[in-house]
Design a protein around this ligand. Structure first.
Ligand code: CTP
Length: 408
């Protein structure tokens, strides 16, 4: 039997994108039943949704006719997956608090099915501690929450909070449905009758910076954007691998088909890496903070010597630890950001960390946070120099290089 989705649309300007999502889902052979909140009906109509889903559209908790025919509890049980897209700050808050005061939130409280939420809201609302607390609570409750996209907003501001693109939501939906119908179709389209080259392989990736708390309000951070690591995770998943992405604090959207584990500190990253083993390959792209502070429980005051006496402790080297571990993946790849003597330093790092390849990154220009990258692959076999490329192109070429290595 085909897969069924209960799509809950809450009220924000991004609600119009839900129509495109429904179209993509239907194209994938997925049945969609839609629920609109009152606010969502200001942006899309039951008529347009009903036309696309070819089904009733549900809006009212106390609709006598609907209740006689199906009953609202049934609605929440008859789907394989419940998707909230767009998920406003308001509906996320209600979900986190267990509030059921309309049809959508009642279904969300009554469901026993996995739930995926794709948030969309103003950047300030997204970054507000109340929303972040609700997101953390929902994740702890087992709800999968996509990271919103970064960019210009309908309200004229810029930053994280945009609804992820319908194609990206589709990717997450496919990944959450046990038999990813769409993936099989795409794989056939891309690889003909051959299975995708990394099918059956598990690849572990770290990406982004780490944040090391100094006191309750300050932390040590670095300029890593996470873009290169996320692009690599997406490119490797697109070759059919099961991918675990251990991500530091960044607001990037999770690439389709990738299992993401969010962490803050180097020690949390080390634990998440250990917990994700065994893996066939590991690609450590994260810019892990080399040191952490002995965090104090209280805010450090200026007049008490400030940060002068801040004792720093070295963090565990996750890459070196993994390369020495009894559970060492067959292929361990490290990254090195260098500003001078790029290859020479990378060769020293290769030996020191005990990994198989170092992807050396020339960061003397504006690579950190930028879209392009110039790299050299340094291994015992020698050095490959790659031309200056978009980070996405680097990711695809590296994914293919890893596939060649693992399938040789
Ligand atoms: N790395 C890690 N754990 C750390 C530090 C680094 O896993 N605590 C990994 C990074 O993810 C990257 C590689 O090691 O793959 C590069 O580390 P880098 O910080 O450049 O190496 P260092 O040994 O700290 O050398 P440097 O003196 O250049 O800082």
């Amino acid at each position: 039997m085909g897969k069924r989705i209960l799509l809950i649309i809450s009220g924000g300007i991004a609600a119009y994108k839900a129509l495109e999502l429904v179209r993509l889902l239907r194209k994938d052979g997925i049945t969609v039943r839609a629920v609109l909140t009152d606010a969502a009906q200001q942006f899309v109509t039951p008529l347009s949704l009903g036309t696309l889903t070819e089904d009733n559209v549900y809006t009212d908790l106390f609709d006598l006719k609907d209740e006689r025919e199906i009953g609202h509890i049934q609605l929440s049980r008859q789907a394989d997956l419940v998707v909230v897209a767009p998920a406003t700050a308001n509906i996320l808050a209600k979900m986190a608090g267990g509030i059921a005061d309309d049809l959508a939130t009642t279904l969300l409280l009554a469901t026993d099915k996995p739930v995926l939420a794709a948030p969309a809201m103003n950047v300030r609302m997204w970054l507000h501690p109340a929303t972040q607390r609700n997101i953390a609570q929902l994740r702890a409750n087992g709800v999968t929450i996509m990271e919103p996209d970064d960019g210009d907003m309908a309200c004229g501001e810029y930053g994280p909070g945009r609804l992820p693109e319908p194609q990206a939501i589709l990717g997450s939906i496919r990944a959450m449905l046990a038999a990813p119908l769409g993936e099989a179709q795409t794989a056939t389209a891309r690889f003909g009758q051959n299975p995708p080259p990394l099918r059956g392989k598990h690849v572990l990736i770290t990406a982004g910076p780490t944040h090391e708390p100094i006191d309750p309000v300050r932390y040590i951070a670095n300029r890593s954007s996470g873009k290169q690591g996320f692009a690599i995770a997406g490119a490797i998943a697109a070759l059919g691998a099961e991918v675990t992405l251990v991500a530091g604090p960044v607001t990037l959207a999770t690439p389709p088909g990738v299992r993401r584990v969010n962490v803050e500190t180097a020690r949390e990253m080390a634990e998440a890496v250990e917990a994700a083993l065994p893996a066939d390959a590991a690609v450590m792209v994260a810019a892990v903070a080399d040191w952490r502070a002995e965090a104090t429980g209280q805010k450090i005051k200026k007049d008490k010597g400030g940060l002068d006496a801040l004792p720093l402790v070295e963090n565990p080297d996750i890459l070196a630890g993994l390369a020495k571990s009894p559970k060492r993946p067959g292929l361990v790849v490290g990254f090195a950001a260098e500003t001078e003597k790029v290859v020479e330093h990378a060769q020293a790092k290769l030996a020191r960390k005990g990994c198989d390849w170092i992807v050396a990154n020339d960061v003397s220009g504006d690579v950190m946070g930028g879209a392009r990258n110039r790299i050299h692959i340094v291994s015992a076999a020698g050095v490959e120099d790659w031309p200056d490329m978009e980070k996405d192109a680097v990711a695809r070429r590296l994914a293919q290089r890893i596939a060649d290595e693992l399938t040789d």
